[in-house]
Ligand binder design. Structure first.
Ligand code: PLP
Length: 414
């Protein structure tokens, strides 16, 4: 049992050895050195519950969905639609028809930007922030190019935080705001509920990139009041190739399709095509059936541990990692003190890539580079950082070993 620090009280947060036993990959070692996996913001490892769900699907009910009259097709359809219900419940969505399965957050954000561009006209404004991942920049650049709308950027301060209020950035021309909940590069947690309330007050459509929030924070779209939310399965213990775009049903029902083909139609003739209702309107072609079912299993797994306990454990790991890094001269941490998930840093006189390579030789997996946030790196005048990112299965022992490896690597590299 790991002991964690939560809101000033010592609490028992998590049964870490039971959790680690759920993740087979964590027992890997390289040349006799046990792996310390601290690249969870890029992708998480998968528990048996998820691996078993994938395997069970292919071993027992593999079939194409929605079209067949045979029993396997019905079973696969039922399992796929049950997964939609699980995800809806995981994110507090009252109506599972608002949950669209995509191939990941990037696909979800492209879907959002392309379909919402039907609401944009020349001179309208789309707001994003300095913290965005390229996946929440490029699709909006394209939407603006297509429609003549203007992309505006909410700046961040030196600690990697956005302003406390968005109001100064909202004009009568602002139509859409697309913001990350948690920065994948710096771990900044944006007050998305407050921002949403401000934007809705001005009648602005709000899209939230919850890619980094989904594994750490509980999501309740009904309480948040946003219009759309996007995230990937693979960052929350599900397989790659599956993601979610949730949207308010009445908004989705008013939007045009994204891609053509398969189940997204109501009727096709050579003269004309009419389109299915959401979510099927936005799920053209055979979807990732196994991925959706495994994502449902990942949501169940997260709930069985408890998001509050996960967050408390991960926060205590980050505080411990900050203390380890503070022992290194010339270190600069990026992001605010109450960061979540990711801990990004640079060390004077040490290149991030060299550091990542040395850490790898010591069994420590971290990520180096721009983290798909090049504009944010430019804002800070850097080409990249080293990022350690934490998940529910990381331990305090790993953090201490990470600190030792860091100091060894820096001594060798300086
Ligand atoms: C904040 C954020 N948004 C979007 C993405 C894109 O996710 P994916 O590559 O799974 O589509 C990522 C992935 O790192 C991310 O961290």
């Amino acid at each position: 049992m790991e002991i964690g620090w939560n809101l000033g009280k010592i609490v028992r947060v998590i049964d870490i050895s039971a959790i680690r036993n759920d993740f087979p990959l964590l027992s890997r070692s390289f040349d006799g050195v046990p792996l310390i996996y601290l690249d969870n913001a890029a992708t998480t490892q998968k528990p048996h519950a998820v691996l078993n769900a994938s395997r069970h699907y292919y071993e027992t009910i593999n079939s194409n969905i929605h079209r067949g009259t045979h029993r396997l097709a019905r079973e696969a359809t039922d399992a796929y639609e049950a997964a939609r219900e699980i995800v809806a419940s995981y994110i507090g969505a009252p109506d599972s028809r608002s949950v669209i399965f995509t191939s990941g957050a990037t696909d979800s954000l492209n879907l959002a930007a392309q379909t919402l561009s039907s609401l944009l006209s020349e001179g309208d404004e789309v707001l994003i922030s300095a913290l965005e991942h390229h996946s929440n920049i490029v699709p909006w650049q394209w939407a603006c190019e297509r429609t003549g709308a203007v992309l505006r950027i909410i700046p961040c301060d030196e600690s990697g935080m956005l302003p406390s209020s968005l109001s100064p950035h909202l004009t009568e021309k602002t139509k859409i705001i697309a913001l990350t909940w948690i920065s994948n590069a710096f771990g900044t947690v944006n007050p998305v509920s407050r921002y949403t309330a401000e934007a809705k007050h001005h009648g602005v459509t709000v899209v939230i990139d919850a890619s980094q929030a989904a594994p750490h924070l509980s999501i309740n779209v009904a309480e948040m009041g946003c219009d759309m939310i996007a995230f990937s399965g693979h960052k929350m213990y599900a397989p790659t190739g599956i993601g979610i775009l949730w949207g308010k049903y009445e908004l989705l029902a008013a939007l045009p399709p994204y891609r053509g083909g398969g189940e997204m139609i109501k009727e096709v003739t050579f003269e004309e095509t009419t389109f299915n209702e959401p979510p099927f309107r936005f799920e053209a072609g055979t979807p990732n059936i196994e991925g959706a079912i495994a994502l449902g299993a990942a949501c169940d797994y997260l709930c069985s541990i408890g998001l509050d306990r996960i967050k408390a454990h991960e926060t205590s790991l980050i505080r411990a990692a900050e203390a380890e890094l503070a022992k290194i001269a010339g270190i600069r941490l990026f992001g605010p003190a109450d960061r979540c998930g990711a801990l990004s840093f640079a060390i004077e006189g040490v290149h991030a890539y060299d550091l990542g390579t040395f850490l790898d030789q010591m069994g420590v997996a971290v990520r180096t580079g721009h983290h798909c946030c090049q504009p944010l790196m430019h804002r800070f005048g850097i080409t990249g950082t080293t990022r350690a990112s934490f998940a529910m299965y990381n331990t305090h022992d790993e953090v201490v070993r990470f600190g030792e490896c860091m100091r060894r690597a820096v001594n060798l590299l300086r």
